[in-house]
Design a protein around this ligand. Structure first.
Ligand SMILES: Cc1ncc(COP(=O)(O)O)c(C=O)c1O
Length: 405
């Protein structure tokens, strides 16, 4: 007899775990959202760890509060004030186990089975995994270069009972799109009008390679209905498993209760190390350094793509973040291509679009990460990918001609 909860059926096939499976020798991984491990500030974090053990001794290894280390929260209040124009205070910032936990806790806070949830189509696969556990009814809003299609969103809100909108307005995963200021304002207006909560995911916001920063949606929030999550994963290191969230009082208090029930608190040890790292080092300088490196990698990948992709392939040129989005003609099946011999033999991994839409209906796109691999691997990997894609497309055309003939 099956004794598992019904939600398991929907969560066990998200594909997220496979994405971060250990890399095999000779593989070139463009499929996962890996930062460049050479940029992790290992020495500085090691030094901070040493200092923390010398200074704090027993206090360091004791239980703490669910919201997390006050000194680190204070630093995040300041960071959000100058970088994101978010006005908050120490009592409304919580340290989480990555932004992922912020998303998960918010899903737990908001969603009963079958509740309406708007997501961008395509969206972040890990958010879908978190949401699916609560069995919502998904509404996919197509995303354009300047963010989600707001007219489509309005029609959806008019005709369906929606409780929450999840959006990644800055360098969206997976398309790299940046939501325009006008749309940020419109989305707040719509949320106010239709009494909807917005979960804003700012995980890539610090990683801008060109253009000007836009205000966060949270900074435009006039009724306290935006929950903002972000993370140290992409700007320091994902192994820290450290992120944060901020929300208005009522939502925040409920989130504290959920955090206590989930894991009591984030690791006091990690929070103390990151706090000391931030005392001793300039996070802005570190972010500038990684932006420089990622800008180069993105440019290298785009130039390799222009040389090697078949002419029917379209791809984005994002202003920041981690991903280039590739689109093939509608009748191309990327799932089949990703699993087929030609590509897997070449050892190049990309993420097909299917799992990035809750409906699983759009099959002709792919997410390609440009930050995790070396410049040399980017060159080699894109050449192989281009050749395999051209061969697969030629074969599809040939088969069609034979069928018609
Ligand atoms: C949009 C987005 N949000 C959240 C996360 C989760 O990040 P974290 O490592 O902070 O949990 C990711 C990770 O790739 C992401 O792409």
């Amino acid at each position: 007899m099956n004794r598992l909860a019904s939600r398991i059926e929907r969560t066990s096939n998200s594909g997220l775990d496979k994405l971060f499976a250990a890399k095999k020798e000779n593989q070139i991984v463009f499929s996962a959202g890996y930062p460049d491990h050479k940029l992790f500030p290992e020495q500085e974090l090691g030094q901070a760890a040493k200092e923390v053990f010398e200074k704090n001794q027993l206090k360091l290894l004791q239980y703490n509060t669910s919201v997390g280390l006050p000194e680190l929260r204070q630093k995040l209040v300041k960071k959000m004030a100058w970088h994101d124009k978010i006005k908050t205070d120490n009592d409304h910032v919580m340290l989480t186990q990555g932004a992922q936990q912020g998303i998960y806790l918010t899903a737990r806070l908001m969603l009963n089975k079958d509740d309406g949830l708007v997501v961008e189509g395509p969206t972040y696969i890990g958010a879908l995994a978190a949401f699916q556990a609560y069995e919502p009814t998904f509404y996919e809003i197509p995303i354009k270069e300047d963010g989600m299609d707001v007219n489509f969103l309005e029609d959806t809100l008019k005709t369906h009972a929606v409780k929450m909108i999840y959006t990644v307005p800055d360098f969206q995963n997976p398309t790299g799109a940046v939501m325009s200021l006008e749309k940020r304002r419109q989305i707040i207006e719509l949320a106010n009008k239709y009494n909807v909560v917005i979960l804003e995911d700012g995980t890539y916001r610090d990683l801008r390679y060109s253009g000007q920063n836009l205000p966060t949606i949270k900074s435009l929030d006039s009724e306290g209905r935006v929950i903002y999550v972000s993370s140290f994963s992409k700007i320091l290191a994902p192994g820290l498993r450290l992120g944060w969230l901020t929300a208005e009082d009522k939502l925040f208090k409920a989130l504290i209760g959920l955090k206590s029930g989930a894991d009591i608190e984030s690791s006091n040890l990690t929070m103390s190390i990151v706090n000391t790292y931030l005392d001793d080092n300039s996070l802005e300088n570190h972010i500038a350094l990684i932006c420089n490196c990622y800008r180069q990698k993105k440019d290298a990948m785009l130039s390799a793509m222009r040389k090697n992709m078949p002419s029917i392939a379209q791809f984005t040129n994002p202003q920041g973040g981690f991903f280039i989005w590739l689109t093939m003609p509608k009748n191309f099946n990327m799932d089949k291509f990703v699993n087929q011999q030609q590509l897997s033999k070449s050892g190049v991994l990309i993420t097909s679009s299917t799992n990035l839409y809750p409906s699983g209906n759009i099959k002709n796109g792919a997410r390609i990460n440009f930050t995790g691999e070396s410049l040399a691997n980017i060159e080699v990997g894109i050449k192989k990918l281009g050749q395999a894609l051209s061969a697969a497309w030629d074969e599809q055309i040939k088969n069609k001609i034979i069928q018609v003939g």
